[in-house]
Write a protein that binds this ligand. Structure first.
Ligand SMILES: [Zn+2]
Length: 408
């Protein structure tokens, strides 16, 4: 199948003008005026391509191309048009607009498919304005209640529901699971693996699991001058030992394991006071549940040792997480096959970032296609995927969708 590189580039560039920032990125927060404009443009293009556009009660948009067998469930593809504050122009938009290019190309060639093809624009993939992220796909898959989503407020007190209504994207289609034949999402990698390995396409085998802990160490607040060293129970000294240990754990356990302490709260955080209490976060990610569990045990043991050494009390909250989500072997094999036919290099890999595909994988056979991120950068204005890689990603998506949509 032939896709039109120039048309895809033009569409990407036109979309990037909505919410454009001086630094070359986009600022399209969920349910903002810029988000509405992006949605309007996607809807107009979809209708011009002969697709029927529906919107559900979470604002998720579905642009559908009829199949020859209307009893067959759709093959779904797409991503998101919202962005983080001052984000990049490829994150999300690539998956939606490459899917549109695939459908436009099928139209040009007059190629029917057995399954309908639906392009989805998920609401609130990113989440900084209305946390948590992946809210639209999460409600669709049943991971969150619709009314919970409606009640979420942004930092200025505006409610998700009110903003959804205000921008005109409160649809009447129920947001709930329905039969889908397969889901494929094209996305930028957002990490350095493809660039480092010199490969053009990432065949994503799953989304890594994630464990979030919050550890509190309690010592004794006292004067930094008169208190002799041997009498201290310094919560920060204990926490610092634990944090150093967390940094060492991945190196001992597995090369693909990552562990991060990104947040520390010290009380009272004053120069002449021995810290009485410290709370810090731990973020651990890996694709193997057993390694994730082992890493958590090692973190807790290290924290316990550090607390014991300083005579501290310790509390642990498991504040969140998700288990690893392996993708479907049939879909990844279909993507491999597309890479072979296009003669492009590819790498099997796991995603360390979350995507709507994680929730889609609860519903139907799912996988993702990654394109290289220059410098491994994303969620930044200078996020970049070369046009050559964008076009290859679109061709691989096209071959994959066509193959899935013709399955009996
Ligand atoms: Zn994204």
């Amino acid at each position: 199948m032939e896709t039109n590189a120039a048309r895809l580039q033009e569409s990407m560039e036109e979309m990037a003008r909505i919410g454009a920032t001086p630094g070359g990125g986009v600022h399209r927060l969920t349910l903002s005026d810029a988000d509405r404009e992006a949605r309007d443009l996607f809807a107009r293009w979809s209708k011009e391509a002969g697709l029927s556009v529906t919107v559900d009660e979470m604002g998720n948009m579905f642009a559908r191309r009829q199949g020859t067998d209307e009893s067959a469930p759709p093959v779904m593809t797409g991503s998101h048009l919202d962005s983080v504050p001052n984000g990049g122009r490829f994150d999300g938009a690539l998956g939606v607009l490459a899917a549109l290019e695939v459908v436009r190309s099928l139209n040009d060639a007059g190629t029917p498919t057995r399954h309908p093809i639906e392009i989805v624009n998920w609401t609130n993939e990113e989440g900084p304005r209305f946390p948590p992220s992946m809210l639209g796909s999460g409600v669709f898959a049943g991971a969150f209640q619709r009314d919970f989503a409606y009640s979420i407020q942004d930092a200025t007190g505006k409610k998700f529901f009110d903003e959804l209504e205000r921008i005109g994207y409160l649809g009447d289609l129920p947001c709930r699971r329905r039969p889908i034949a397969a889901y494929v999402e094209l996305h930028i990698e957002q990490g350095p693996a493809l660039i480092t390995e010199g490969k053009q396409i990432g065949v994503v085998e799953g989304i890594r699991g994630l464990t979030w802990l919050r550890i509190t160490m309690k010592g004794e607040r006292d004067h930094a001058g008169p208190t002799p060293m041997h009498m201290r129970r310094d919560a920060l000294a204990g926490a610092a030992r634990a944090i150093s240990a967390v940094r060492e754990i991945p190196g001992k356990l597995h090369p693909d394991l990552v562990a991060t302490v990104g947040e520390v709260n010290v009380s009272p955080n004053a120069i002449n006071v021995i810290p009485g209490q410290v709370t810090f976060s731990v973020d651990i990610r890996h694709e193997d549940e057993s390694i994730l569990k082992r890493a958590e045990e090692l973190v807790l043991q290290a924290a316990k040792d550090a607390a014991g050494w300083e005579g501290l009390d310790m509390e642990v909250d498991r504040i969140g997480g998700s288990s690893p989500m392996p993708f479907d072997a049939w879909i990844t094999a279909t993507i491999d096959d597309a890479c072979m036919k296009e003669g492009c290099s590819s790498l099997r890999m796991w995603s360390a970032a979350g995507h709507d595909a994680r929730y889609a994988a609860d519903l139907c056979p799912t996988a993702m296609i990654f394109t290289p991120s220059v410098g491994g950068k994303s969620h930044a204005e200078d996020e970049l995927t070369t046009w050559e890689d964008v076009f290859m990603g679109c061709r691989i998506l096209g071959r994959t969708i066509l193959s899935l949509a013709q399955q009996s």
